[in-house]
Design a protein around this ligand. Structure first.
Ligand SMILES: [Fe+2]
Length: 171
């Protein structure tokens, strides 16, 4: 693997961990707002992001590359509504997609077929993530300022998460 490809992958490990951190920040907002379905959804997302980071981490080590574990940025976002929260998540997913595409572009330019094939999974995953985050925006937009509808949507999201609802103990 070329050093420039390894460097971008290394930076992506950090970005995936930051994604986990950001989702935790979003989950925290929903927990405080007593919207436990949303809170759980984003908490599960945070776990997934850690798995993404570890996938790249393992790929680098398997490719006999070093992994530099840089500091993770502070989550510095101001969320004041459910809509602002889901928009923040969508914005971030778009950014991550662009970053994955940059690594893919470099892997193509460097004729690094192994990395291209490794990144295929991430391209597919980002497509799903963006679909989900867009769906979340339209659902929250549809309920508007109706608090009762927002709670109903929250219940629906709680049921849709396949993992055991982490926040249930608080209900
Ligand atoms: Fe990710």
């Amino acid at each position: 693997m070329k050093q420039n490809v390894a460097d971008l992958l290394n930076a992506q490990v950090n970005k995936e961990f930051y994604s986990a951190y950001l989702y935790l920040g979003i989950s925290k907002f929903f927990t405080k707002a007593k919207l436990y379905g949303f809170a759980n959804w984003y908490r599960v997302q945070a776990t997934e992001e850690q798995e993404h980071a570890m996938k790249i981490y393992d790929y680098l080590l398997d490719s006999k590359q070093d992994v530099c574990l840089e500091a993770i940025d502070k989550v510095d976002i101001k969320i004041e509504s459910a809509l602002a929260a889901v928009i923040e998540a969508d914005k971030h997913e778009q950014y991550i997609t662009a970053e994955i595409c940059k690594i893919m572009d470099l892997a193509i330019a460097e004729n690094d077929y192994t990395t291209q094939s490794f990144l295929d999974w991430f391209i597919e995953e980002q497509k799903e993530e963006e679909e989900n985050s867009r769906k979340m925006i339209s659902r929250v937009e549809a309920v508007g300022s109706d608090r009762r509808l927002l709670y109903m949507l929250d219940k629906k999201i709680e049921r849709s998460v396949s993992n055991p609802p982490l926040q249930k103990r608080k209900l």
